[in-house]
Ligand binder design. Structure first.
Ligand code: GDD
Ligand code: GTP
Length: 411
């Protein structure tokens, strides 16, 4: 059998996801109508050998309680558990700390997935490569435009064998535009590599005790483990041609929402709640069955409408996520924006962000030389008055916007 580990991080991380993560942990934020990590679980469900999925992070146990109960029903093919780190142990520290739990039942393959990536998750293809190459490790690689590469781990591979020959985490100079996609497949020997990295670390701190500040247990998969793997044999990269995006900032939920909606629309046109409402729909659009949308409204493409949302006559919504209990009044317009729970947009109001191209891995944009948010984000219970125009703004919870605003963070 095999297992999967999803690294979910914790409350002190995901700060770039504010103001949305004040309300809901980032990994449970809904895109295309489902929590971000559910999309990874769906991909894992297509691999029959996976019998257990372990979420590792340092959120409070209560955070995942409801999610685990719902996922148990949705994914009867595997068990799902949450393992809590007593503090942030790093991307490999948790793997090492929970090694006994992970190795229970003798899994011979381990998928490790970063919770904050949006991907087509080509897990079968990674497995095939693993078998073909008799690999010890396979990493998902994806190409980005060179100016974004240094925000990620960069991979240099042998183009004929696909062997990883060099790995550098967030390099300062340009090394490669083939980047670490945050999905790995390992065999059990990964624990030997982690143990070796730990021993090397212990050796180092004996020589130079001033290095301990980080603590012994913090181990980084990237700097401590992948770099070692690249020096040995058996480490390969599977370069995906599918979609890939990181979900770091709140604004990046908008392109992730678009990618998952498009996937859903292509693979399952009859998917539940993929909209065939009486309103004008430009697909793909997801509408929760408890939402009410006026027949004269126009929605899409790439819109997700959450539970109990109300959209009034003549309203226009495009490239947006509307969380539960939001209201968009008549003739209002919402474009490239996220409306958190309970937001109200007045009649004839306009809430706008800017268009983001699919190849753009950043969610800031430049307007007249000024750095602004490409996506407008209205946190919980914000009220936008009638006829108000709001462009490229982030608005913190409970604010009332009574006059036009542009390129601001409203606190
Ligand atoms: N359990 C646990 N404990 N999870 C953690 C911890 C930790 O201490 N630290 C980070 N994570 C989780 C995060 O929640 C996220 O899902 C993932 O591990 C990676 O997060 P970061 O450490 O913030 O790294 P990054 O996103 O800047 O870069 C990593 O991911 C990129 C792909 O998305 C690197 O692996 C890059 O090389 C890679 O390109
Ligand atoms: P068509 O392309 O002819 O279907 O019109 P459209 O308005 O749907 O165009 P598009 O798909 O580009 O939709 C985005 C545009 O809708 C925005 O740029 C707005 O200018 C326009 N829009 C703005 N305000 C409103 C409004 O109050 N109601 C409606 N229905 N549309 C608006």
């Amino acid at each position: 059998s095999s297992k999967a580990i999803i690294l979910v991080g914790g409350g002190t991380r995901g700060t770039r996801f504010r103001p949305l993560s004040l309300d809901i942990p980032k990994v449970l934020f809904p895109v295309a109508g489902r929590p971000i990590i559910s999309h990874a679980l769906s991909a894992l469900a297509t691999v029959p050998s996976i019998k257990e999925v372990l979420l590792i992070g340092f959120y409070d146990d209560s955070v995942f309680k409801d999610f685990l109960a719902e996922s148990a029903k949705e994914f009867p093919q595997f068990t799902i558990k949450y393992l809590r780190e007593y503090r942030a142990l790093g991307t490999a520290g948790g793997l090492y700390h929970f090694r006994d739990v992970i190795l229970t039942g003798h899994p011979y393959r381990l998928f490790v997935i970063h919770a904050d990536v949006c991907s087509s998750f080509p897990l079968q293809e990674m497995l095939s490569m693993f078998e073909d190459k008799e690999a010890k490790a396979v990493i998902l690689g994806t190409r980005v435009e060179p100016q974004f590469a240094s925000n990620f781990g960069c991979i240099v591979m042998d183009p004929t064998t696909k062997k990883v020959i060099h790995y550098v985490e967030k390099p300062e100079s340009h090394i490669s535009n083939l980047i670490n996609g945050g999905v790995y497949l390992f065999d059990r020997s990964i624990f030997d590599v982690i143990a070796a990295a730990r021993n090397a670390r212990a050796e180092q701190t004996r020589e130079d005790p001033s290095e301990v500040e980080d603590g012994q247990e913090v181990l980084r998969l990237e700097q401590d483990i992948l770099v070692r793997l690249a020096q040995a044999d058996g480490f390969y990269v599977y370069e995906t041609r599918g979609f890939w995006r990181q979900i770091k900032t709140a604004g990046s939920a908008v392109p992730a929402n678009a990618l998952y909606l498009q996937k859903l629309f292509q693979t399952d046109i009859d998917a539940p709640h993929l909209a065939r409402a009486s309103a004008t729909i430009v697909p793909p659009v997801y509408i929760d069955p408890t939402a009410s949308v006026d027949p004269t409204a126009k929605l899409g493409p790439n819109v997700s409408v959450g539970p109990r949302v109300r959209i009034g006559p003549g309203a226009r919504v495009k490239e947006a996520i509307l969380l539960e209990d939001t209201e968009v009044k008549h003739e209002a317009c919402v474009l490239y924006s996220i409306l958190a729970r309970g937001v109200k947009v007045g009649a004839w109001a306009r809430v706008e962000g800017s268009h983001i191209t699919p190849a753009d891995h950043s969610t800031v944009t430049f307007k007249n030389g000024v750095r602004v948010q490409s996506v407008s984000i209205l946190a919980q219970d914000v009220v936008v008055g009638d006829e108000v125009r709001l462009q490229n703004c982030v608005v913190l919870p409970h604010k009332e916007i009574k006059s036009d605003v542009e390129n601001e963070v409203i606190m």
